[in-house]
Ligand binder design. Structure first.
Ligand code: MOS
Length: 733
């Protein structure tokens, strides 16, 4: 039995997932369901002159072909298309709204048919004439239109001067390419037509975000649209904003007055958002003893012509390490592409990659072990805001990670470690991410027989939210894990923001603790009414729920069972709602940290790189479930391998079109690429951040991984490749 918090626990939804009981957005079936298929633009920028749907409409089984010209009404203001997490600057994309084409693979028509195959076939028969405009999709063009992101963080000292005066300097440019989300589950929506109401099963990270958006776009009332998403087969950021599959499924349902399903193809998923290609310039100035004088971090990332998407790429550099001066700049190049989106640890995955490679190069220049350099510039305070952390066990991450990896056996010079025909390289890097907390509301219904239903509209994008919610509720209510049912992913459930930013675990857990506290209070009132109640003197803070009993913390012999307490009030259930409410705390920095150690083996003649070992030591406060949290980190490390060696979306700038829009040519790590990964959670007690000491994991797992691998490749080969992915051709060049 308890405690469940902190115990490695298998997913409570695992059985449903492996037996097919867990239903995803494209698996909700109703009778008379119609199927939609997108016609996507092959033009990058311009205007639709004519869409000829005659041939498509003639196909037996086709119900309708929707275009901007014949679609049902949609809102006309930008504000209707804004959402919880979209950029503040700009006009959001409106699917099938008018004749303008603003990015390649933009949906421009939608075929609705009795069968999915008929819809897909008929979509190939839609003829589109366009007037094409000039377009730019290349981040590296000199004549790009550039906008500056609001000052990322205040500079300190004079970094330019301090850099120039430094004895040891390193300056270089690091490039991260455009990367596309490729979750296993294709983006899909099933819009169930119920006359004046709609239920939309959507692949999303935020049902309430999508629900509000659909209400705004289609001028529907909140009780007329329900968005449901009980299971999500991976999303990692592309499901944060409402995506066009939901709008198009609803458009089709409204137009045909039928239930409609739309599933994107893998190719069409490359018309969704992505991690923006970014150029990061780092300049580090140091004293020969290995302390930093100056850190300058300048980033240029791509965004769309119509929205300014930016995340924090730069300020990690001055936050993380002790440096007398620091300066940042962040610019965006406006290109004729779909707006980028969050993608696991947006900003930090790219910015910290550059920082941690630059630190490795500085260590080489200083003739210092890279880990030793991290110790010399270590800081117990947030350097940007000059405040302490709620907790920071990064030093322990370094120590435990290095020990588990065997770092002390590293031979410092490149090309000095071998395994047969392979060069061996060892590299390391630091990771840092935010420990955010948001307002979440939960509802708990506890019955007299000790069963609890915990409900929140939050998603579980595969991270294990169902499981940790059950664990926290079981502990807080003193009932077995099996007695807890979790309901989530439904816009009619209590309020939550999108599941993102690694904030869900800390936030929803706290909301459950608050709500359980209310139930405990009610139970105590009831328990006191029992004649000669053993708890008649007890105050709310003196009692706890354990093993189905409300028990005095001072004297375990004084207790009243949940059943008896409810009986005294003639109740069979207590239902309460409560919210996590976090106060702004600018007197502390809230961050998670990691140390990553990687081993690569590089075939000297062929340049083939294998990542043979990775140790990731993570400090992220209290770990609710080492099993699901460990899987989060492991998955992130795999993604880090992909970022370092495989992933790259390639646009042919002559056409403005992604050329590798499929899983054969968009490379991700496969089983053979993934070898030994060890995850260590370093103990990090935190009594400041929140009452349960939780920070959240997920995104912290990817940050620094690509840098550790890039640094290992340098150590193996003596060759520094700064633009990702590190492919054989770059290595052998
Ligand atoms: Mo994550 S990029 O916050 O889904």
């Amino acid at each position: 039995m308890a405690p469940f918090i902190g115990t490695a626990t298998s997913r409570v939804d695992g059985h449903a997932k492996v037996t097919g009981g867990a239903k995803y957005a494209a698996e909700f079936n109703v009778s008379n369901l119609a199927y939609a298929s997108i016609v996507a633009s092959t033009v990058t920028k311009g205007r639709i002159v004519r869409i000829d749907t005659t041939e498509a409409t003639r196909v037996a089984g086709v119900i309708d072909v929707l275009t901007h010209a014949n679609r049902p009404p949609m809102a006309r203001t930008d504000s209707a298309y804004k959402d919880e997490v979209g950029p503040e600057e700009g006009s959001p994309f409106r699917p099938l709204y008018d004749d303008k084409i603003i990015f390649n693979r933009q949906p421009i028509a939608l075929v609705v048919a009795d069968e999915a195959e008929i819809a897909r076939f008929a979509a190939t028969l839609v003829r589109v004439d366009c007037e094409e405009d000039e377009y730019v999709t290349d981040l590296f063009r000199r004549d790009n239109k550039i906008v500056t992101v609001k000052k990322p963080a205040a500079p300190r000292g004079n970094a330019g001067k301090a850099y120039a005066a430094s004895d040891v300097r390193h300056e270089a440019e690091y490039v991260i390419p455009m990367e596309h989300h490729n979750p296993m589950e294709l983006f899909a929506a099933t819009a169930i037509w119920e006359g004046d109401k709609l239920t939309v099963y959507d692949k999303t990270q935020g049902v309430q975000n999508v629900q509000r958006y659909l209400c705004n776009v289609f001028s529907m009332k909140p009780d007329e649209v329900r968005v449901v998403s009980p299971f999500v087969g991976g999303a990692f950021g592309v499901g944060l904003r409402p995506q066009f599959e939901a709008v198009l499924a609803v458009l089709a349902a409204l137009a045909t007055k039928r239930s409609v399903r739309l599933v994107l193809t893998r190719q069409q998923m490359f018309g969704l958002s992505y991690r923006p290609a970014t150029i990061e310039r780092l300049a580090l100035g140091a004293k020969p003893t290995g302390t930093l004088n100056a850190v300058t971090h300048d980033a240029i990332a791509m965004t769309s012509r119509y929205e300014d998407f930016a995340r924090n790429d730069t300020t990690w550099s001055g936050l993380l390490y002790k440096s007398a001066s620091a300066a940042y700049s962040h610019k965006l190049a406006k290109l004729d592409v779909q707006t980028p989106s969050d993608m696991r640890a947006p900003g930090a995955a790219t910015g910290v990659y550059a920082l941690e490679c630059a630190m490795d190069e500085l260590a080489v220049a200083l003739k210092l072990d890279p880990l030793e350099l991290r110790y010399r510039v270590y800081s117990d305070r947030d350097q940007n805001n000059d405040v302490p952390y709620t907790s920071k066990q990064l030093r322990e991450c370094y120590r435990q990670g290095a020990e588990a990896f065997g770092w002390d056996k590293r031979s410092p010079a490149p090309r000095t470690m071998r395994d047969g025909s392979e060069l061996v390289g060892w590299g390391m890097a630091t990771g840092v991410w935010d420990a955010w907390q948001m307002k979440f509301t939960t509802r708990i219904a506890l019955t007299a027989n000790g069963h609890a239903e915990v409900a929140c509209s939050t998603s579980d994008i595969g991270t294990g939210t169902y499981t940790i919610m059950a664990q926290v509720a079981a502990d807080m209510l003193g009932v077995p894990l099996e007695s807890v049912t979790v309901k989530l992913g439904d816009s009619t459930l209590p309020q939550s923001p999108v599941e993102g930013g690694s904030w869900t675990a800390a936030s929803v857990s706290h909301a459950i603790a608050v709500t359980a506290g209310k139930i405990r209070k009610d139970l105590l009132q009831l328990a006191k009414k029992i004649p000669n109640s053993p708890l008649r003197e007890a105050k709310a803070e003196d009692v706890t729920l354990v093993e189905g009993k409300l028990t005095s913390k001072r004297d375990a012999h004084r207790f009243v069972s949940i059943a008896d307490a409810m009986r005294s009030g003639a109740l069979d259930r207590i239902e309460k709602e409560g919210s996590s409410d976090f106060k702004e705390d600018s007197s502390h920095a809230h961050n998670t940290h990691s140390a990553i150690f990687a081993e690569v083996k590089v075939d000297e003649e062929l340049g083939v790189i294998r990542v043979t070992r990775v140790v990731s030591a993570v400090a992220a406060g209290r770990i609710l479930n080492p099993k699901t949290a460990g899987s989060q980190i492991m998955g992130s490390v795999v993604w880090g391998i992909g970022m370092a060696l495989h992933e790259e979306t390639v646009i042919d700038h002559a056409f403005g079109r992604v050329m590798n829009a499929n899983l054969a040519e968009y490379h991700v790590p496969v089983n053979a690429d993934v070898q030994d990964i060890k995850v260590i959670f370093v103990e990090e007690p935190d009594e400041i951040i929140n009452p349960l000491g939780i920070k959240g994991v997920g995104e912290i797992g990817i940050i620094g991984v690509a840098a550790a691998i890039a640094n290992a490749v340098y150590h193996a080969t003596g060759k520094r490749v700064r633009d990702l992915p590190i492919t054989l051709d770059k290595l052998m060049r």
